[in-house]
Ligand binder design. Sequence first.
Ligand code: CP3
Length: 344
Amino acid sequence: MMKDSPTLKQDNLLVLDALQGLNKGRAPIWLMRQAGRYMPAYQAVKRGKELVELFRNKDSIVEITMQPIDILGVDAAIVFSDILIILDAFGIDYTFQEKVGPLISKPFDLKQVDSFNVEDKLSFLFEAMKQLSSDLNVPLLGFAGAPFTVASYLIEGGSSRDFKKVKKWIYSDPESFYHLLDRLSDAIALFLDKQIEAGASAVQLFDSWANILSHHDFHKYSLGFVKKILEKRIYKDVPLIYFCRGAGHFSKEIAALGVSCISVDWTTNLKMLRRGLKEVSFQGNLDPALFYGSIKNLQAEASRILTEMKGDGGFIFNLGHGIPPDAPFEKVKFLVEVVKQWQE
Ligand code: CP3
């Protein structure tokens, strides 16, 4: 089944044009993790509250999603949420601990993914997105964690260095790991469709940990289930961006799945990548660690990427990964100005 995407009200469509390879204006910019701890306005809202409280409250989702639009002037909003929020649909509990990250306290049991309810359990998010898409003058991006990355958090119980539990599971019982990914894919495909119905004009899948897999397993456990999501979703004409570390090395295979845009890290030479791959848009490429260096180098690197991709109708300026929580706010603001004002 395929449905037409809902009509748009936004007037700045640079990001959507670029996702279709049709941008004739300047390169648009948005930044992964543009709403977050590096921003004083976010800290003011966060103070004294648990992160999950903010993620599950319609008003704080709306307020925090708008901050980077109002304060930085980026060309797209990404809904303030987390890749773990999908666990709410399965009734799996988790917390976020300062400086540690996500924590799932109970050991994972496959029975926990037997059933899910996306529509009711995540209604706060869809309500927030409905409001945002009517208030915003830039496109609203929805997102989800890709099945493999969400499964990794479930199995490890949080972030991990070596992913020992995940690998132990894959190498001892691949069938049940497949079953887990399959269940997550069904929920994630529906989750993305519901975000689109609520007003998202494009969606991004974050497969942050897929790069720990062997080449063979990456195809099987990561891309195989991204393919399933693409086939299963209803709004097939709504652009989907795929992010994983090392995406540049798999760009041909990722493009072949039919994604609209590949979000690349900083290890990729975009100009070379574009030479061999015309049918997809690209996003990303700036090393987020540049925020720790001098303003001069930040500007020079941004400028280098913009020169490389000059005139490319399918390019969106972004970072190679999220803004670090300790990035100096003023430098992030400066970067957005550099990209928006850029002329060779
Ligand atoms: O981009 C945005 O502004 C939207 C918000 C967003 C958050 N998380 C909010 C958040 C997005 C897109 C995410 C995605 C996410 N979450 C990913 C995929 C992207 C990536 O970074 O690889 C992953 C792996 C997570 C899981 C997660 N959430 C971790 C590991 C952490 C701890 C990070 C830390 O440094 O403390 C979180 C917490 C989290 N997610 C915060 C926010 C605003 C709080 C910390 C912060 O402000 O950066």
